[in-house]
Design a protein around this ligand. Structure first.
Ligand code: SF4
Ligand code: SF4
Length: 254
């Protein structure tokens, strides 16, 4: 069937009308920056103080696009007679972003938290060879890494923070102990049983006789009384750890 004359024009006008009423999605980049999610995989930042040159990231990278050079340095013994130690010093850390496929494996495997995703994405170059970025550039990107998301309120305190907090508390306690002035008690001074009463103050309640108590009355038995019986011997040593004595009323079999 031959096409109806003018049907193509009508279809074209229908498409034009439909798209005219839709919301525009065109971003006026670079005048308007895109609103990216905070965890965007833009580029990889290096926190080189944390890097121990273990080479794990370079070994695990599926594209082999991480280049690391290092040398060994000997650290003298901390104490006389101690052993010298050696450590790796980072000389070069570079990532070739023309090969990188943004898989994130290097970040996942780094055991020392030295690599992070940065949302920075404006590092296009006109020459592909300039897409190999060295450690200085990777370190600059480190400062664009967003702070980690807050922990769940019911989450356990991270081990690193708990250890740091305990150390700070111990140091504060030691400082407080050092700064406490020595008390008046010297060698040979009897220990005070409580605060010293002010001159003219009433005696402490323990020192005053109780009005409702006959001091000459029968004393409370201090030893085995006639009605108490010898009873079980109370442990006199340190012994709460020993076995329990015989039950009350049985007496000491010896
Ligand atoms: S993101 Fe993947 S491809 Fe890129 S450097 Fe890391 S491991 Fe290699
Ligand atoms: S895995 Fe981490 S610590 Fe090891 S070399 Fe790579 S960045 Fe450095």
């Amino acid at each position: 069937m031959p096409p109806i004359p003018g049907s193509g024009l009508a279809k074209g006008l229908a498409v034009t009308l439909r798209t005219m009423t839709r919301k525009s999605v065109t971003a006026q980049y670079p005048d308007v920056q895109p609103d990216l999610p905070p965890r965007t995989r833009g580029v990889i930042g290096l926190f080189e103080e944390n890097c121990t040159v273990c080479m794990l990231c370079a070994r695990e990278c599926p594209d082999w696009c991480i280049y690391i050079d290092s040398h060994k340095e000997t650290i003298p013994a901390a104490a006389p007679g101690g052993r010298e130690r050696s450590r790796n010093v980072l000389d070069r850390f570079a990532i070739d972003f023309s090969l990188c496929m943004y898989c994130g494996i290097c970040i996942e495997v780094c055991p020392f938290d030295a690599l992070f995703w940065s949302p920075e994405f404006e590092y296009a170059e006109t020459d592909i060879r300039e897409l190999t970025h060295e450690r200085d550039k990777l370190r600059e990107w480190m400062w664009t890494v967003p702070a980690p998301p807050a922990l769940d309120p019911a989450a356990e305190e991270p081990k690193e923070i708990a250890a740091a907090r305990k150390t700070v508390e111990k140091q504060a306690a030691a400082r407080a102990q050092e700064s406490t002035p020595p008390g008046p008690a010297g060698p040979g001074t009897p220990r005070s049983a409580g605060p010293t009463p002010a001159p003219g103050a009433a005696p402490a309640p323990e020192a005053r006789p109780r009005p409702d108590r006959d001091e000459s009355g029968p004393e409370r038995p201090t030893g085995p009384g006639p009605d108490r019986g010898p009873g079980p011997d109370r442990p006199t040593g340190s012994g709460s750890a020993g076995p329990a004595g015989p039950p009350p009323g049985e007496g000491d079999p010896a």
